[in-house]
Design a protein around this ligand. Structure first.
Ligand code: SAH
Length: 218
Protein backbone atom coordinates (compact mmCIF):
# COMPACT_ATOMS: atom_id res chain seq x y z
CA UNK A 1 0.00 0.00 0.00
CA UNK A 2 1.32 3.40 -1.01
CA UNK A 3 0.28 4.97 2.29
CA UNK A 4 2.39 2.53 4.30
CA UNK A 5 5.35 3.01 1.96
CA UNK A 6 5.04 6.73 2.62
CA UNK A 7 5.06 6.10 6.38
CA UNK A 8 8.22 4.05 5.98
CA UNK A 9 9.87 6.80 3.95
CA UNK A 10 9.05 9.25 6.74
CA UNK A 11 10.33 6.86 9.41
CA UNK A 12 13.63 6.52 7.54
CA UNK A 13 13.92 10.25 6.99
CA UNK A 14 13.02 11.45 10.51
CA UNK A 15 14.26 8.73 12.81
CA UNK A 16 17.09 7.08 10.93
CA UNK A 17 18.81 9.25 8.31
CA UNK A 18 18.48 12.39 10.42
CA UNK A 19 20.12 10.60 13.34
CA UNK A 20 23.18 9.81 11.30
CA UNK A 21 22.67 6.45 9.55
CA UNK A 22 24.10 7.00 6.06
CA UNK A 23 24.56 3.60 4.39
CA UNK A 24 22.28 3.78 1.32
CA UNK A 25 21.75 -0.01 1.21
CA UNK A 26 20.58 0.00 4.83
CA UNK A 27 18.26 2.97 4.29
CA UNK A 28 16.86 1.29 1.20
CA UNK A 29 16.21 -1.98 3.06
CA UNK A 30 14.46 -0.08 5.87
CA UNK A 31 12.20 1.56 3.26
CA UNK A 32 11.33 -1.81 1.75
CA UNK A 33 10.61 -4.18 4.66
CA UNK A 34 7.00 -3.75 5.90
CA UNK A 35 7.53 -3.45 9.68
CA UNK A 36 3.76 -3.49 10.30
CA UNK A 37 3.74 -7.15 9.29
CA UNK A 38 6.14 -7.99 12.13
CA UNK A 39 4.04 -6.62 15.01
CA UNK A 40 0.80 -7.92 16.58
CA UNK A 41 -2.32 -6.70 14.71
CA UNK A 42 -3.45 -4.28 17.43
CA UNK A 43 -0.05 -2.52 17.34
CA UNK A 44 0.04 -2.03 13.57
CA UNK A 45 -0.91 1.66 13.83
CA UNK A 46 2.31 2.17 15.84
CA UNK A 47 4.57 0.17 13.55
CA UNK A 48 6.29 3.20 11.97
CA UNK A 49 7.05 5.04 15.18
CA UNK A 50 10.61 4.83 16.40
CA UNK A 51 9.98 2.52 19.33
CA UNK A 52 10.39 -1.09 20.40
CA UNK A 53 7.05 -2.94 20.69
CA UNK A 54 5.96 -6.12 22.47
CA UNK A 55 5.71 -9.23 20.24
CA UNK A 56 4.54 -11.77 22.85
CA UNK A 57 6.52 -14.31 24.91
CA UNK A 58 7.90 -11.33 26.91
CA UNK A 59 10.04 -10.21 23.95
CA UNK A 60 10.16 -7.10 21.79
CA UNK A 61 10.75 -6.03 18.20
CA UNK A 62 13.66 -3.58 18.27
CA UNK A 63 13.39 0.15 17.67
CA UNK A 64 13.84 0.93 13.93
CA UNK A 65 16.76 3.31 14.57
CA UNK A 66 18.65 0.59 16.47
CA UNK A 67 17.99 -1.96 13.71
CA UNK A 68 19.34 0.50 11.12
CA UNK A 69 22.34 1.49 13.26
CA UNK A 70 23.32 -2.13 13.97
CA UNK A 71 22.91 -3.04 10.30
CA UNK A 72 25.20 -0.16 9.34
CA UNK A 73 27.79 -1.06 11.99
CA UNK A 74 27.79 -4.63 10.71
CA UNK A 75 28.86 -3.39 7.23
CA UNK A 76 27.20 -6.24 5.34
CA UNK A 77 27.84 -6.69 1.65
CA UNK A 78 25.91 -8.69 -0.93
CA UNK A 79 28.41 -11.59 -0.81
CA UNK A 80 28.29 -12.11 2.94
CA UNK A 81 26.98 -15.04 4.95
CA UNK A 82 25.47 -13.72 8.18
CA UNK A 83 24.55 -15.38 11.45
CA UNK A 84 21.95 -13.62 13.59
CA UNK A 85 21.16 -14.55 17.18
CA UNK A 86 17.69 -13.58 18.43
CA UNK A 87 15.32 -13.64 15.44
CA UNK A 88 12.41 -12.37 17.57
CA UNK A 89 9.81 -11.05 15.14
CA UNK A 90 12.19 -11.58 12.22
CA UNK A 91 12.28 -7.87 11.33
CA UNK A 92 16.04 -7.43 11.64
CA UNK A 93 16.41 -10.85 9.99
CA UNK A 94 14.45 -9.63 6.95
CA UNK A 95 16.58 -6.47 6.69
CA UNK A 96 19.71 -8.67 6.74
CA UNK A 97 18.06 -10.87 4.10
CA UNK A 98 18.03 -7.91 1.71
CA UNK A 99 21.63 -6.94 2.51
CA UNK A 100 23.43 -10.32 2.51
CA UNK A 101 23.81 -13.38 0.32
CA UNK A 102 22.62 -15.78 3.03
CA UNK A 103 21.27 -15.31 6.54
CA UNK A 104 21.09 -17.92 9.30
CA UNK A 105 19.08 -16.85 12.33
CA UNK A 106 18.55 -18.60 15.66
CA UNK A 107 15.73 -17.94 18.13
CA UNK A 108 15.32 -19.77 21.45
CA UNK A 109 11.52 -19.39 21.64
CA UNK A 110 9.89 -21.72 19.11
CA UNK A 111 6.62 -19.74 18.84
CA UNK A 112 8.56 -16.67 17.71
CA UNK A 113 10.78 -18.67 15.36
CA UNK A 114 7.69 -20.19 13.71
CA UNK A 115 6.13 -16.79 13.13
CA UNK A 116 9.41 -15.41 11.78
CA UNK A 117 9.69 -18.35 9.36
CA UNK A 118 6.15 -17.63 8.11
CA UNK A 119 7.02 -13.97 7.52
CA UNK A 120 10.21 -14.83 5.56
CA UNK A 121 8.10 -17.06 3.35
CA UNK A 122 5.41 -14.40 2.81
CA UNK A 123 8.07 -11.87 1.83
CA UNK A 124 9.83 -14.34 -0.49
CA UNK A 125 13.12 -14.12 1.42
CA UNK A 126 14.34 -17.56 0.42
CA UNK A 127 17.98 -16.81 1.31
CA UNK A 128 17.06 -16.74 5.02
CA UNK A 129 16.96 -19.75 7.33
CA UNK A 130 15.45 -19.43 10.83
CA UNK A 131 15.62 -22.18 13.43
CA UNK A 132 14.78 -22.67 17.11
CA UNK A 133 17.99 -23.16 19.07
CA UNK A 134 20.25 -21.62 21.72
CA UNK A 135 22.19 -19.15 19.60
CA UNK A 136 24.98 -18.70 22.15
CA UNK A 137 26.52 -21.93 20.83
CA UNK A 138 26.32 -20.63 17.24
CA UNK A 139 25.52 -22.74 14.19
CA UNK A 140 28.69 -24.68 13.40
CA UNK A 141 27.15 -26.45 10.39
CA UNK A 142 27.24 -23.21 8.36
CA UNK A 143 30.33 -21.57 9.92
CA UNK A 144 32.48 -19.59 9.38
CA UNK A 145 30.35 -16.46 9.09
CA UNK A 146 31.45 -13.16 7.52
CA UNK A 147 29.18 -11.30 9.90
CA UNK A 148 27.49 -12.14 13.21
CA UNK A 149 24.79 -9.98 14.76
CA UNK A 150 23.48 -10.60 18.27
CA UNK A 151 20.20 -8.83 19.02
CA UNK A 152 19.88 -9.65 22.72
CA UNK A 153 21.96 -8.28 25.60
CA UNK A 154 24.92 -10.46 26.62
CA UNK A 155 27.05 -10.44 29.79
CA UNK A 156 30.12 -11.21 27.62
CA UNK A 157 30.79 -12.33 24.02
CA UNK A 158 29.92 -16.05 23.65
CA UNK A 159 33.16 -17.84 22.76
CA UNK A 160 31.56 -20.15 20.14
CA UNK A 161 30.45 -17.06 18.20
CA UNK A 162 33.96 -15.57 18.12
CA UNK A 163 35.24 -19.00 17.03
CA UNK A 164 32.68 -19.19 14.21
CA UNK A 165 33.56 -15.73 12.90
CA UNK A 166 35.63 -15.81 9.69
CA UNK A 167 39.05 -14.15 9.55
CA UNK A 168 38.27 -10.70 8.17
CA UNK A 169 34.82 -10.99 9.79
CA UNK A 170 32.91 -8.72 12.14
CA UNK A 171 30.53 -9.32 15.04
CA UNK A 172 28.23 -6.72 16.61
CA UNK A 173 26.80 -7.52 20.04
CA UNK A 174 25.19 -5.57 22.90
CA UNK A 175 27.20 -6.23 26.09
CA UNK A 176 26.40 -5.13 29.61
CA UNK A 177 23.95 -5.90 32.40
CA UNK A 178 20.36 -7.09 32.08
CA UNK A 179 18.89 -3.60 31.57
CA UNK A 180 21.39 -1.61 29.53
CA UNK A 181 24.28 -2.46 27.29
CA UNK A 182 26.83 -0.90 24.93
CA UNK A 183 27.10 -2.04 21.33
CA UNK A 184 30.46 -3.74 20.87
CA UNK A 185 32.11 -4.35 17.50
CA UNK A 186 34.61 -7.22 17.15
CA UNK A 187 36.83 -7.35 14.08
CA UNK A 188 38.78 -10.55 13.55
CA UNK A 189 42.07 -10.74 11.68
CA UNK A 190 44.87 -13.28 11.56
CA UNK A 191 46.34 -12.01 14.82
CA UNK A 192 43.11 -12.07 16.83
CA UNK A 193 40.05 -9.97 17.59
CA UNK A 194 39.89 -6.21 18.08
CA UNK A 195 37.18 -4.72 20.27
CA UNK A 196 35.56 -1.32 19.82
CA UNK A 197 32.78 0.22 21.91
CA UNK A 198 29.69 1.82 20.38
CA UNK A 199 26.58 3.48 21.74
CA UNK A 200 24.30 2.58 24.63
CA UNK A 201 21.28 0.34 23.96
CA UNK A 202 18.65 -1.62 25.92
CA UNK A 203 17.96 -5.16 24.75
CA UNK A 204 16.16 -8.10 26.36
CA UNK A 205 18.67 -10.60 27.78
CA UNK A 206 20.53 -13.24 25.79
CA UNK A 207 19.64 -16.42 27.65
CA UNK A 208 21.62 -19.59 27.08
CA UNK A 209 24.66 -21.69 27.73
CA UNK A 210 27.10 -18.83 26.97
CA UNK A 211 24.71 -16.02 27.93
CA UNK A 212 22.61 -15.30 31.02
CA UNK A 213 21.30 -18.16 33.09
CA UNK A 214 17.49 -18.23 32.82
CA UNK A 215 17.21 -18.24 36.65
CA UNK A 216 19.23 -15.01 36.87
CA UNK A 217 16.77 -13.28 34.56
CA UNK A 218 13.32 -14.35 35.85
N1 SAH B 1 15.83 -8.44 16.22
C1 SAH B 1 14.62 -8.82 16.91
C2 SAH B 1 14.79 -8.52 18.37
C3 SAH B 1 14.21 -9.56 19.21
S1 SAH B 1 14.47 -9.38 20.94
C4 SAH B 1 13.43 -8.08 16.33
O1 SAH B 1 13.65 -6.99 15.78
O2 SAH B 1 12.29 -8.55 16.43
C5 SAH B 1 15.72 -10.62 21.22
C6 SAH B 1 15.34 -12.02 20.91
O3 SAH B 1 16.45 -12.83 21.31
C7 SAH B 1 14.14 -12.56 21.67
O4 SAH B 1 13.20 -13.04 20.77
C8 SAH B 1 14.72 -13.69 22.53
O5 SAH B 1 13.86 -14.79 22.68
C9 SAH B 1 15.95 -14.07 21.72
N2 SAH B 1 17.00 -14.78 22.46
C10 SAH B 1 17.44 -14.58 23.72
N3 SAH B 1 18.42 -15.45 24.01
C11 SAH B 1 18.62 -16.22 22.90
C12 SAH B 1 19.51 -17.29 22.57
N4 SAH B 1 20.40 -17.78 23.43
N5 SAH B 1 19.42 -17.83 21.34
C13 SAH B 1 18.51 -17.39 20.44
N6 SAH B 1 17.66 -16.38 20.69
C14 SAH B 1 17.71 -15.79 21.91
Amino acid sequence: MAELALKRDRMVEHHIARRGVRDPRVLDAMRKIPRHRFVPDHLRPQAYRDSALPIGSDQTISQPYVVARMSELLAVDAEHTVLEIGSGSGYQTAILGLLARRVYSLERISDLAKQAIGRMRELGLDNVKVQTFDGTVGWSEFAPFDRILVTAGAPAPPKPLLDQLAVGGRMVIPEGDRQTQRLVVYDKDRRGVHRRLGEEVAFVPLIGRHGWDKREVD
